[in-house]
Design a protein around this ligand. Structure first.
Ligand SMILES: [Zn+2]
Ligand SMILES: [Zn+2]
Length: 77
């Protein structure tokens, strides 16, 4: 399993790079910046608010209680 901070936008399937802007909703759907704009920062799947995903600075202490993050391959679990 290759662990890289690369995520695909749920809407356009574009790769979101580690240092690129990404938006994520409460259900952890991920979108690129342009799709988040088009969707007016509202998730098209669950209608949750899209918030900007922290960049590389994201660290374990902030995500320890959100096991769901590991599904994105962002943490080396
Ligand atoms: Zn997109
Ligand atoms: Zn969602």
């Amino acid at each position: 399993m290759t662990l890289k901070m690369i995520t695909n936008c749920k809407r356009c399937s574009q790769h979101i790079q580690e240092n690129g802007a990404a938006y994520i909703c409460v259900e952890e759907c991920t979108y690129c910046e342009s799709c988040a704009d088009v969707l007016e920062h509202t998730c098209s799947t669950c209608s949750g608010e899209l918030v900007r995903r922290p960049r590389h600075a994201m660290s374990a202490h902030k995500t320890a209680n959100r096991s769901g993050w590991s599904a994105y391959g962002m943490l080396p679990y």
